[in-house]
Design a protein around this ligand. Structure first.
Ligand code: FES
Length: 162
């Protein structure tokens, strides 16, 4: 039987053979990829939660808001403009106006009030005049105004408002 010295045992444990080394590398690789996969499974949902979803902007530049018969004098009608609502108002004088229907305060949907002849936000009693200007309540800015075109029965167009 061959005698193995103590120094040789220590040297062998520091420099294991090729079979032990490859097994150790494989285990290290397995643990490393598991750790990376675990970190990814934890971090990815956090990043997805923190980043807002991409909202696709509307590519629509014009919509048919309403037929004239649907908006009697001194009334308003909500219509869909892309992914946001708009409001078309027919004033007491018969003039057509259109605005974004999203309140500039906390984004509630506004409505037309025939009794006050104003655009009104029911959430916090925000008030806008018929130029879209914020005149009462908490809204900090005017409503975005849209251009109104009237399409006549013969297919021609006329600007109701510029
Ligand atoms: Fe319209 Fe507050 S959301 S007044």
């Amino acid at each position: 039987m061959e005698h193995i010295s103590r120094e040789q045992i220590i040297r062998d444990s520091r420099h294991p053979g090729p079979e032990v080394t490859s097994r150790r590398h494989f285990l290290d690789y397995l643990l490393g990829t598991s750790a990376v996969a675990t970190l990814g499974a934890i971090i990815y949902p956090i990043i997805r939660f923190m980043s807002p979803p991409q909202v696709i902007e509307s590519t629509e530049s014009s919509v048919v808001a309403a037929k004239l018969s649907e908006v009697p004098v001194n009334s308003g009608k909500i219509f869909k403009f892309g992914n946001k609502p708009g409001i078309v108002v027919r004033t007491s004088a018969g003039e057509l106006k259109a605005f974004s229907a999203v309140c500039t305060h906390l984004e509630c949907i506004v409505q037309y009030r025939p009794d006050t002849k104003q655009i009104w936000c029911a959430c916090h009693n925000g008030q806008y005049n018929l130029s879209g200007k914020n005149i009462g309540g908490p809204p900090p800015r005017p409503l975005e105004e849209f251009k109104v075109n009237m399409k006549l029965n013969d297919g021609s167009r006329s600007n109701a408002m510029a």
